[in-house]
Design a protein around this ligand. Sequence first.
Ligand code: GLY
Length: 483
Amino acid sequence: MRRLAVRMVTLLALAAAATPAAAQSLEEAAPPAGFFAEHRARFVEAMEGGLAVFPAQPVIPRNDDAEYPHRQDSDFWYLTGFREPGAVAVIRADAPEGERYVLFVRPRDPEQEVWTGLRAGVAGAREEFGADLAWPIDSLEAVLPRWLEETDRVWYDASEDHPWAHPGLEAILAEWEEAGVARELRDADEITSGLRLVKSPAELDHLRKAVEITGDAHRAAIAAIEPGMYEYEVEALIEYVFRVRGSPRVGFESIVGSGPNATILHYVENDRRMEAGDVVVMDIGAEWNLYTADITRTVPVDGVFSPEQEAIYRIVLDAQKAGIGAVRPGATLADVHRRAVEVVTGGLIGIGLLSGTVEENVASGAYRRFFMHGTSHWLGLDVHDVGGYAVGEGEARRPRALEPGMVFSVEPGIYVAEGTEGVDPKWWNIGVRIEDDVVVTEHGAENLSEAVPREVEEIEALMQGLGVPDPVPEPAVEPAPAR
Ligand code: GLY
C-alpha cells in the first residue's frame, strides 16, 4: 500500500512537472468570433439551395439512472457551436436573410436545470449562438414539415455514424421524400466532410493545443514508466495530465499496451502489470474544443531498448520520417504509405524477418504479416476524421491529392506477436508504433507533434531522469468548456 502511495505521489509530481504554467481561460479556449458563422456560410454556398437538417448528439442512457458522457456531434458543433443535447439545427438556403439559420432547442426549465445543468433555451439560442430563429424542440414536428413543403432538396446525414437521429425526424423526412417524385434527399456528409477536411488557421490552433497537451502527457508517462507499474497507472497519469491542462476528455480510448499487448493494435483494457524487457505502446489523444490529437510513442519499460527492440524501433522511426518526408501539396496519402511500407519492408529484410527483395515483398504483401494497418488517417474533430481518401468515379477514381490545411496521422508500425511462425522468439512481443500529427503546408509539411520525444536517445534519457520535462509545476485551473 505504501509503495503504491509513494508511486502515486511521484507520478503526480512528474505530471505536474510536465505541465507548463500557462493557465487557460475560457476566452482563450473559445473559438474566435465568426468561427461557426463562417462554417455555415461555406455550407450554404455548397448546398445549391434546399434545406439541411442536423440533429444533435442525444444523451445515451447507460441504465435507468446513469448516462454515458455526452459529447456533441462533430458536424453539429462545427456548424453551430452548440453543445447541448436535445437540439436540431436547420439551415434554409432559400429563405430570406434573417430566417436561414434555425435552432430547435430544449427550452429553459428551472426544475430540470437543477438536476442536469443550465440550458441556453430559446432566447440563448438566438442571443448566444446566433440563430436567426429559435424554437423549442417540441415544435419540430409542427414547424419543419411546413418548410419541407417549400423545397425539393434536403441535405441530411443518415449514415450509421448518426444512429441517434432526433426521434420523429427520420419519419418526417421519409414522408416528405415519398410525397413528391422530384424530391431528393442528399447526404449532408458530401458537404461537411469536404469542409472539415481542410482546416482553417483557427482550427489548426485548436489542434496545436490538443497536440501540446497530449505531448505533455507523453513526456510525463515516459518519465514515470518502470517495471512493476500497471498499464492503467500509465493511463491514469496520461489522463490526469489531459484534465489538469484543461482538456475536457480523451478523443478516443487511451491505448497503453505492454509486452504481448503491444502487438494488439487497438488494445484498451490497460490492465497488465508491465515487466522489465517489455516495450509499451501509448496511443493517446487529448481533445481541445472537440479537436483531438492522436500521438503514439513506444518505449522500453525498463528504460533501455534491447538490441532487438532498438532494431525494430529504428526501422519504424525511419519509415515514419520517410512517410512524413513524402508529404507535400499534390502528393497523396498513398504516396506516404508507399514510402513507409518500402522502408519497413527493407528493414524487415535487413533483420531477417523477411527474405527476398523489397519489390517482391511489397508486391506480394508479405510485409503485412508485421505491418498490417494503413499509415495515415485524417484527423480533426474526430480521430478518424471525415473526408474521402479517393476522388472521382469508376476508372477515374484516384487517391485524393493533398492540399494545404489537411491534417493526418503518420503512424507506421511493426508488430511481432508471440508465436509468430518462422520468427525467432527473440523478436516476439515486440510491437512498435510511432505516430505524429502532420499538417500539409504551402510547400511541404509541418509535424505538429515534432516536440514529443521520439529518438531512441531522447526516450532513454527521459526514462533515466536525464531529460526531465520543463520544471513548471502549476497546473492550469480553468478548463476548456466541456459542454
Ligand atoms: N489512435 C487510435 C486510432 O487511430 O484508432
